[in-house]
Design a protein around this ligand. Structure first.
Ligand code: AMP
Ligand code: TRP
Length: 322
């Protein structure tokens, strides 16, 4: 049995190159060694009250195509919709009875929303409980998350312990949060690339729009002949990802002088498009084939649900409803 890796993504935004290097690429690399469960967290999208039905539906298809285009293999990875496993919301209900409002009041997603005076619904307040159900349902061993989600995995751990303790049976395994945030990719403005900051380069956005963003990467005002510290330049940070084949040459041109930021950006744009081409070609083909995407999700959903049904049979028995 391979260790289980689980990750959810909300269908509320398109994926960007930070998501790719920080998460998606690693899922692809790990899918042989781990049993990956990658799901589209569509019920989680409801806690953002602005998510419209059209958006949820469209972004679910786009994320599915994106995962496949970057190389997730549906024969290896279980790629599915959260809502195709209704046992998760059943488990959510059971967990609700093991947790107190005061405990959830300390969860930061809720605290942040209150601090920002956002509209908060019960979905947002209870969101860590639904996430715990996602995580614990499949006996996940590894849950790779950004720092902002670490607390939620800890809450899942607490709930697993609480359940096992109250019902005196080891029904749930304790998951481990793995923080992948080490090499956070900056956006074209120099801050961490993040959809909330509006500084993302999407994997599948129009070429013209990517070009504009690359050309707008912030730099200092050094001239072509000036010596430059590659480690202090944002363009160079991207070269490390997209220009690996010529990185030594670029480094030396930076250090010795002789490359201007305009040329560096032109090289970056060309290398970026070349790097992304295979996945972009695949994506634009897949996104037209809604039937295939829905089939992949349906197959994944069946596989995930089988695991969930077995878990819930045990849970129902232990709590006495069967
Ligand atoms: P988010 O889009 O914030 O929900 O992020 C989903 C996952 O993508 C995170 O858990 C990170 O692993 C990864 N990620 C997001 N933004 C970045 C970034 N700027 N650099 C590196 N990884 C990122
Ligand atoms: N809450 C996560 C996010 O906003 C998405 C998510 C839902 C998730 N359930 C999960 C992530 C379970 C990991 C495991 O990014």
């Amino acid at each position: 049995m391979k260790p289980i890796l689980l990750s959810g993504i909300k269908p509320t935004a398109r994926v960007h190159i930070g998501n790719y290097f920080g998460a998606m690429k690693r899922f692809v690399e790990m899918q042989s060694e781990f049993q990956n469960f990658n799901f589209i967290a569509d019920y989680h999208a409801l806690n953002q009250m602005l998510a419209t039905p059209q958006e949820i539906k469209q972004l679910t298809l786009e994320l599915t195509a994106a995962y496949l285009a970057v190389g997730l293999d549906p024969k290896k990875t279980i790629l599915f919709r959260q809502s195709d496993v209704p046992e998760v919301t059943e488990l959510n209900w059971i967990f609700n009875s093991l947790i107190t409002p005061s405990y959830l009041q300390s969860a930061h997603a809720y605290k942040d929303a209150v601090a920002k005076k956002k509209d908060v619904n019960m979905g947002l307040f209870c969101y860590p409980v639904l996430m715990a159900a996602d995580i614990l349902m499949y006996d996940s061993n590894v849950v790779p998350v950004g720092k902002d989600q670490q607390q939620h995995v800890e809450i899942a751990c607490d709930l697993a312990k609480k359940f096992n303790h109250v019902y005196k049976k080891e029904v749930f395994k304790l998951p481990k949060a793995v923080i992948w945030e080490g090499e956070s990719l900056p956006g074209f403005d120099g801050e961490k690339m993040s959809k909330s900051k509006g500084n993302v380069i999407e994997l599948f956005e129009a070429e013209e729009s990517i070009k504009k963003k690359v050309m707008s990467i912030k730099t200092d005002s050094k001239g072509v002949q000036d010596k430059k510290d590659p480690e202090a330049d944002l363009i160079f940070a991207y070269h490390k990802l997209f220009s690996a084949q010529m990185i030594d040459e670029l480094r030396s041109r930076y250090e010795n002088g002789g490359i201007g930021y305009k040329e560096s950006k032109d090289i970056l744009f060309a290398n970026m498009m070349a790097y992304l081409k295979p996945m972009r070609d695949k994506y634009f083909k897949l996104i037209k084939d809604e039937k295939y995407l829905n089939k992949v999700l349906a197959d994944g959903g069946k596989r995930a649900r089988k695991v969930a049904e077995a878990k819930m049979t045990a849970v129902r028995k232990v709590i006495g409803v069967r």
